[in-house]
Design a protein around this ligand. Structure first.
Ligand code: 5RP
Ligand code: FE2
Length: 222
């Protein structure tokens, strides 16, 4: 599997901004353009007011390329559907602390299946809600928009949580990635990187850029 550390800058284009009629080609285009991971946003129309795609789309992406699949579950019951996403070929599954499940148990099940596990907090959720899981996570995702839709504006007020999480992680000698998701582009990425994020999810600013490879290398070079 991977040998990435929090010292690595990783760019994870979100498939949400891709052309859904051409999921395979869009995945190949992202990988050829320098994507490190593919970020796959699962929305159930209940936890968030939008529906995106489920395990069959993730399976299709998995059949297309062996790129690392970073699955962001925006669903009310991650515990109920977890096995479907594991079977679909996810490499990492990130679950919301605000969802209705036993977070510790869900993280343990993800790890037991041999996958990486992350927790995610909404802009309105304090970092303290994620802190009890710091010892066992591979990644903390700090949402930089209210989840549910692509193409929203970055919320700089979430950055103190990134700074604080990085501080706690380093003080405790932990090793998890810090990911930011929502409104990330060449203008906002430097703010998130300065705060301590190393994994940048970028949907609109990569898939919808005139030159996807140039957009990704710009994010990598910051
Ligand atoms: O989780 C998400 C939304 O809930 C998406 O990953 C995020 O919005 C990415 O899209 P963009 O880069 O266009 O903001
Ligand atoms: Fe996401």
């Amino acid at each position: 599997m991977n040998t990435w550390t929090p010292a690595d800058r990783l760019i994870a284009p979100s498939l949400l901004a891709a052309d859904f009629a051409r999921v395979g080609e869009e995945t190949k285009r992202a990988v050829a353009s320098g994507a490190d991971w593919m970020h796959l946003d699962v929305m159930d129309g209940h936890f968030v007011p939008n529906i995106s795609f489920g395990p069959s789309t993730i399976d299709a992406v998995n059949q297309t390329d062996d790129v690392f699949l970073d699955v962001h579950l925006m669903i009310s019951r991650p515990d109920v559907y977890l096995d479907d996403y594991i079977k679909a070929g996810a490499d990492m599954i990130t679950v919301h602390v605000e969802a209705d499940h036993d977070v510790n148990e869900t993280l343990d099940r993800i790890h037991a299946a041999g996958l990486k596990a992350g927790v995610v907090i909404n802009p309105a959720t304090p970092l303290s809600a994620a802190e009890p899981y710091f010892d066992k996570i591979d990644m903390l995702l700090v949402m930089t928009v209210v989840p549910g839709f692509g193409g929203q504006s970055f919320m700089p007020e979430t950055m103190p949580k990134v700074t604080e999480a990085a501080k706690i992680r380093d003080q405790r000698g932990l090793n998890f990635h810090i990911q930011v998701d929502g409104g990330i582009d060449a203008k906002t990425a430097p703010i998130a990187i300065e705060a301590g994020a190393n994994v940048l999810v970028a949907g609109s600013s990569t898939f919808r850029a005139p030159d996807m490879a140039a957009a990704i290398s710009q994010l990598k070079a910051i």
